[in-house]
Design a protein around this ligand. Structure first.
Ligand SMILES: [Zn+2]
Length: 348
């Protein structure tokens, strides 16, 4: 993904657009968001804490389910990194795809491997592998959860130019979001849910170039044009991207507010920790844009930094995006937020 512009610049330029868009969103989403308008987790919550090694995973959970296990998500994140960088077209990528299939098969009612071909900006045509796990396929009310699993072939934001053609390990940028979703699926398998859930692990998100929005999120663009079921219409979608840093800051991403503001409100009400910041962040070209353009409201939970030149944390698109920067407690916060959202919808 790439950072487009800071929130303050956006709001200055598009103040009027924002105003009319807010009006439009109110009308468009009033019926859909009504389903999530209650205060999330306002009753029956417990706070638990568990410690493993040097990392503490703390989460607030509804009484009916166990808290999200950040260490489990951490382990799934680590296992992806053990394949090496998951650069599309490499043996590590192919092996990881198989592992994602097997891992989701243990937790989901069915798993689909969606293959296709996309046109990249610089590498010609490229095969994609979107891995889709389906929970409760017959349930009408569905939640879409996404994360990209590929890693960028070039660490082109590395301070050392010698690293610019080396691949990114993508512990945070790729593996962290997938790790949370794999752990979530495992817990839902153990404890059950009445909600239909579709976990879409998208490929070839991160082969884009700076000046071309359409060059990003290629696996998602393919999926949006070829949804895994005809007439697919979930309540809304949540994309996870870079959700593992110990000092992560999840402010409200601009395009998420633009396309699906009511759902940003609803999810932030369910936020399970202090990494969620209730203020407007910047705008990021990411998979959620293409989901929204396909008519499915979708928000992005993504780590954005106001104090950085790139808009992201310092290891973004460098060779230092490794497991060293991943925190089980941050993963736990994000996973618990998803569990809270799911519980909230179930209770409607
Ligand atoms: Zn990236």
């Amino acid at each position: 993904m790439r950072y487009v512009v800071s929130a303050s610049q956006r709001i200055k330029t598009y103040r009027i657009l924002f105003y009319f868009d807010d009006m439009k969103m109110t009308l468009l989403y009033i019926a859909l968001t009504a389903i999530m308008m209650t205060a999330c987790g306002s009753t029956g919550t417990t706070t638990t804490s568990e410690t493993s090694g040097n990392d503490t995973t703390t989460a607030t959970a509804t009484a009916s389910r166990k808290p999200f296990d950040g260490n489990g998500a951490m382990e799934f994140t680590r296992q992806q990194c053990e394949f090496g960088p998951r650069v599309p077209g490499t043996p590590a990528h192919a092996k990881c795809a198989e592992w994602l299939m097997t891992t989701l098969q243990a937790s989901c009612d069915s798993v689909i491997l969606q293959t296709g071909t996309v046109q990249t900006a610089t590498e010609g045509k490229m095969g994609i592998k979107n891995v889709i796990g389906i929970i409760n396929p017959k349930a009408e009310q569905r939640l879409l959860l996404l994360a990209h699993w590929d890693t960028r072939p070039w660490a082109d934001n590395d301070p050392d130019p010698a690293n610019h053609r080396k691949p990114v390990m993508g512990a945070n940028d790729g593996a962290s979001g997938v790790g949370v979703l794999l752990q979530l699926a495992r817990q839902l398998k153990a404890e059950g849910t009445t909600l239909g859930i579709d976990i879409v692990l998208v490929d070839v998100e991160d082969m884009g170039v700076e000046d071309n929005e359409e060059s990003w999120g290629l696996g998602t663009q393919y999926w949006a044009q070829h949804p895994h079921v005809g007439g697919y219409k979930p309540l809304f979608g949540i994309l996870l991207d870079m959700v593992g840093a110990s000092d992560a800051s999840f402010s409200r991403e601009y395009y998420s507010s633009y396309y699906a503001g009511g759902f940003v409100d609803a999810v932030w009400r369910c936020a399970a920790g202090s990494h969620f910041v209730n203020s407007q962040g910047g705008a990021v070209t990411d998979d959620h844009i293409f989901v929204n353009r396909a008519g499915i409201p979708c928000i992005d939970i993504i780590d954005m930094r106001t104090n950085s030149e790139t808009g992201f944390n310092s290891v973004w698109h460098t060779v230092n995006d490794t497991m060293d920067g991943i925190s089980a407690s941050t993963l736990a916060e994000v996973g618990q937020t998803l569990l809270n959202v799911i519980a909230d919808i179930e209770q409607q």
